[in-house]
Design a protein around this ligand. Sequence first.
Ligand SMILES: Cc1cc2nc3c(=O)[nH]c(=O)nc-3n(C[C@H](O)[C@H](O)[C@H](O)COP(=O)(O)OP(=O)(O)OC[C@H]3O[C@@H](n4cnc5c(N)ncnc54)[C@H](O)[C@@H]3O)c2cc1C
Length: 404
Amino acid sequence: MNSIVIVGGGIAGLQAAQILQRKGLDFILIEKSMSLGGRVQSEEFQGYILDHGFQVLQTAYPEVQRSLQLSKWDLSYFQSGAYVLNEGKFKPFLNPLKSPLLFLKNLNAAGATIFDFLRLAWIWLKTQGSISPINSDPETTSELISRYRFSEKFQRNFLRPFFSGIFLDDQLGPPASLFFYYMKQFLEGRAALPKQGMGAIALDLASGIPKDKIRTGVSVTEIKGKSLQLNNGDTLHFDHLLVATDPKQACELLKIDFPPQAHFGSKTFYFSMDKKLETLLPLIHLMPLYSSPLLHFSCLSQVNSALAPEGKHLISATSLQMDLTDKEVAQELARVLGLSPNDFIFLKSFSIPHSLFKVGFFTEVCQKAAEENIMLVGDYTLFPSLQAALSSGRNAAEKILQDL
Ligand SMILES: Cc1cc2nc3c(=O)[nH]c(=O)nc-3n(C[C@H](O)[C@H](O)[C@H](O)COP(=O)(O)OP(=O)(O)OC[C@H]3O[C@@H](n4cnc5c(N)ncnc54)[C@H](O)[C@@H]3O)c2cc1C
């Protein structure tokens, strides 16, 4: 019998595992932390559900539709668009495809000119049909936005902060092809929050996998030929190996230097509030680029009331500044909302230095893995997203099924 080992119980590893399970194959999944989900985890804290970093579930991702049992979940949705800080006030800038009347009513919200709208319409036309998230064009998202000559105000108020929030990169270095890909998802799809938090994704994938096929709290420290060395002293033999760790660990296991500056970090703060925000729509609030330590904030319980105890409100705020403190965040929220810092009761923060990884930085490790007949699985092998994590997990599982 061929033995299959999956190293890493993030979304990619779990996806591969559940596909193998459905086909009746035997395997073992090793996860170094005590819980599954990797970068997608949620925890209960004082009655609030907190995700480890602000994330949304894009329901239009093809792999999300194919792999997750969304109809069984209690999903709530962000409205498509964003609150934009324009002349000291948050105004709703809405997706005309989803909320045409509100869009027209708030036409001026983001300070966009008629030419900005025409350029957006052109981009929307370009997103029709299938869009490849990665192509050979070296243009970055920042270069694309400059080339399209959007007005300064619209760039600063909406376009750049919105995409900085997606890429967790305020320089907008990711490829322009990803800009079009994500734009299509946001224009046509919906951004959801499950009532159990984003960790529901991992729970859903893991639900079909027998517990005896998963070992948590154990890590792989070395790959030696067709054996794995574990940190508890055990050795595991494999015929097929899926390395579904983060790329830093994959580089270490394959003895390749982790490329410098290949990652983006972020820090998410959670606060409780007793009163509702005046901005009542379930929208993300964007901060104009470089004029705030925050990228964006949201009242998550306005999107899904199950995330906070009754009568309380849950605010999340995300920054790229890893040394920012909760007091500074409360002051900034109070400043832009015209409230007191005491209105924001700090719950918890999550610093994630390796939140997302840069596209195209991991060809060396992917090549070495291919030479050694090891399958690398994870979002970084394609592009940063749940879609890519799920799809790389599926590709690896299907390759094993073909080989057997
Ligand atoms: C703050 C933040 C915001 C994000 N926002 C979004 C969003 O809004 N939408 C979206 O689509 N995506 C978003 N993402 C990206 C998404 O979370 C990732 O694409 C996805 O979780 C990657 O899953 P993965 O399985 O590839 O990797 P990981 O989640 O990194 O999983 C790797 C697993 O391997 C384990 N591991 C590592 N080394 C070892 C070892 N030696 N032995 C055993 N196990 C090991 C780790 O503990 C981990 O569980 C966001 C990510 C972050 C952090």
